[in-house]
Design a protein. Structure first.
Ligand code: PLP
Length: 401
């Protein structure tokens, strides 16, 4: 009998970290809990009726295809419609540049798998998306965090890091950024910094990984061009997803990358799941073909834009002095910073007692910092819950000041 199975596990497996958020979601499912913790879209945005009708049509007309295995790269009809959609921003993407994945999370895993050996360096934002950190650490990469402010990663600091690494003859495998309404902070990288990022990436010859699930969810302000749309040297990989604009249950997302980078990605995906679900690809292909997505995004913008307003108003009304928060122009999250002496980690059990949940800031920091910060989600709770939840949070913070 095997007494200790861990002795058999790979170093990679032992290095994998459990997602604090996924664990947390178990607690937050309690009915009386107001949860600002997850990154769930609101079910009221799901286009259930249209999906029902299109699903029936797909089964009726293409049942044999829909329930069959498909190509690893993705269903041709879907890749084609998707490339058209993506080309709203850059007219040069061809279906061959698009790989369909089971969520962007799989995209992060595929990219980590093909680029990262143990101890390889990945540059990340401070704070950064937890699922990205999780994927990179599963392949035992060394993450170097570069601080950001509300205008995104600070390019002067990135430049210093790259200079220092170059002196030691070390080259990061890629620079990972979430430039639009970042998860977790809500920050959007300015155009100037996007240009500077490309300049540095060209100078030091480093790929950029642009992960942008919230790009279409802008509620205020002016659009900033996507980094890949400014790229002239074919050095940017992009992750996009239907999770936040249609429904995460579809598990449909995409990687756009230069065609020569694609082959290894396809091979990596083959050993993961052979192909993404043909059924949902055909449904979304038809959804796109009918031109329904723009209207759907408009609907979501209205709902979340209003929820964001409600959260900002509630923070203004209830939070004590010394507490600060970001004011995003889109996305699903905002970032609250507590006075230095308060730890969001220490307060967490008290928040749960008070039936309100958030994610601690430290979960998003590859360097363990961010103890006095928390991420709040505003897409999932109702407007009434947002107001009530912020009241509970503010009361608890006041009691602990
Ligand atoms: C920045 C970022 N990347 C990737 C993902 C994963 O999305 P999915 O796998 O649902 O496409 C998320 C989800 O919240 C995210 O915020």
């Amino acid at each position: 009998m095997i007494k200790d199975i861990t002795a058999f596990f790979s170093k990679n497996a032992l290095n994998m970290k459990r997602s604090e958020i996924r664990e947390l979601l178990k607690v937050t499912r309690r009915p009386d809990m107001i949860s600002f913790a997850g990154g769930f879209p609101s079910p009221e945005t799901f286009p259930v009726k249209e999906m029902e009708e299109i699903s029936c049509q797909v089964l009726r007309e293409k049942g044999a295809l829909a329930l069959q295995y498909g190509p690893t790269e993705g269903e041709p009809a879907f890749r084609e419609e998707l490339a058209k959609w993506i080309n709203r921003e850059k007219a040069t993407i061809k279906p061959e540049n698009v790989l369909i994945t089971a969520g962007s999370q799989q995209g992060l895993d595929i990219i980590s798998k093909i680029f990262l050996d143990p101890k390889d360096i990945v540059i990340v934002e401070l704070p950064s998306y937890i699922g990205g950190l999780q994927a990179f650490s599963a392949y035992r990469a060394k993450m170097i965090g570069v601080p950001q402010d509300f205008g995104g990663m600070k390019m002067d600091l990135l430049e210093k890091v790259l200079e220092k690494l170059a002196k030691k003859n070390r080259k990061p495998k890629f620079i990972y950024v979430v430039p639009d309404f970042q998860n977790p902070s809500g920050a959007t990288m300015s155009l100037e910094r996007r240009k500077k990022l490309l300049e540095l990436a060209y100078q030091y010859e480093i790929p950029i990984l642009e992960d942008s699930p919230y790009r279409d969810l802008r509620y205020a302000g002016e659009n900033v061009p996507a980094i890949y749309s400014l790229d002239t040297q074919n050095q940017v990989m992009v992750l996009g997803t239907f999770s936040k604009i249609l429904g995460p249950g579809l598990r449909l997302a995409w990687i756009v990358a230069p065609a020569e980078w694609m082959d290894r990605m396809v091979v990596a995906k083959q050993s993961m799941d052979l192909c993404s679900p043909t059924y949902t690809q055909l449904i979304v292909a038809e959804y796109l073909r009918r031109g329904l997505l723009s209207e759907q995004i408009e609907k979501i913008r209205k709902i979340y834009g209003r929820k964001l307003e409600v959260m900002l108003e509630a923070l203004e009304r209830y939070m004590p002095k010394g507490v600060e928060w970001s004011k995003p122009e889109g996305g699903l999250f905002l970032w609250v910073t507590l006075p230095k002496r308060l730890s969001a980690n220490d307060l967490f059990p008290k928040a749960i007692e008070n039936k309100v949940a958030y994610v601690v800031g430290s979960a998003f920091h590859c360097n363990g910092r961010g103890q006095n910060a928390m991420r709040l989600n505003f897409s999932f709770p109702t407007e009434q819950q947002i107001d009530e939840g912020i009241q509970r949070l503010a009361k608890m913070i006041k009691e602990n000041l």
